[in-house]
Design a protein around this ligand. Structure first.
Ligand SMILES: NC(=O)c1ccc[n+]([C@@H]2O[C@H](COP(=O)([O-])OP(=O)(O)OC[C@H]3O[C@@H](n4cnc5c(N)ncnc54)[C@H](O)[C@@H]3O)[C@@H](O)[C@H]2O)c1
Length: 199
């Protein structure tokens, strides 16, 4: 059993689907009071090869992922510091942000930015009793991953030592662990859940 979750307030962004939905359900199962935040927005990727990528494809993905993480983290951190509440912020990166992904210069850059952003945040907020870490998913079975074209899926499966996509239940436990007091001395790290994809 993870320590320090029962009765705590947890806010989950992107909780309407996929990873966020499973994380919210797991946190509720740990007896957290869970606040859900979702814009019901389709298409959190706008893929194109670099030579054809438009400004709009670049800007919308940097805005959704990198600026979105900045704004959400900042709003939470300001409230926590003001109220003198300790806690844990868990951001979502991507394996694309570590190895780069063909056709995803925008998404890869945004996710790499989130990993670095979380480390800087961890340094600044550690003295205030607030930790910040990043979960780095590989390919996880969600509506987002299901939209990947079959030939790319096949390529990813060949590159993944475990030979399959992950399930949301296999990644949600890490969010709960990083949110809990069981990870009380862990901050500023990025942890891959990717079936060995980026070894
Ligand atoms: N599924 C994967 O293989 C995979 C791999 C690496 C990283 N990720 C990351 O994990 C996170 C969740 O992805 P998923 O696969 O569960 O996707 P998903 O499409 O199943 O769910 C995403 C949810 O986020 C909501 N959303 C979109 N923009 C939002 C915003 N600005 N504010 C709040 N909510 C918003 C959507 O309405 C949707 O309910 C994303 O950050 C994604 O980039 C997923």
């Amino acid at each position: 059993m993870l320590s320090g979750l029962s009765g705590k307030l947890a806010l989950v962004a992107g909780a309407g689907s996929g990873i966020g939905k499973t994380v919210a359900l797991k946190l509720a199962a740990h007896d957290c009071k869970v606040g859900l935040f979702d814009l019901n927005k389709e298409g959190i990727t706008r893929d194109a090869m670099l030579l054809k990528m438009t400004d709009d494809q670049w800007d919308s993905i940097i805005s959704c992922h990198l600026k979105g993480s900045f704004l959400f983290t900042q709003i939470l951190a300001r409230q926590m510091v003001k109220a003198k509440i300790s806690g844990s912020i868990v951001n979502t990166g991507s394996i694309s942000g570590k190895i780069g992904n063909t056709g995803q210069a925008n998404y890869s850059a945004a996710k790499a930015g989130i990993i670095a952003f979380s480390k800087a945040t961890a340094r600044e907020l550690a003295p205030k009793g607030i930790r910040c870490n990043t979960v780095v998913p590989g390919f996880i079975n969600t509506p987002m991953a299901n939209a990947i074209p079959p030939h790319i899926k096949q390529m990813v499966l060949m590159m993944t030592p475990m030979g399959r996509f992950g399930e949301t239940t296999e990644i949600a436990d890490l969010y709960c662990f990083l949110a809990s007091e069981s990870s009380s001395y862990i901050t500023g790290v990025d942890i891959e859940v990717a079936g060995g994809l980026a070894m």
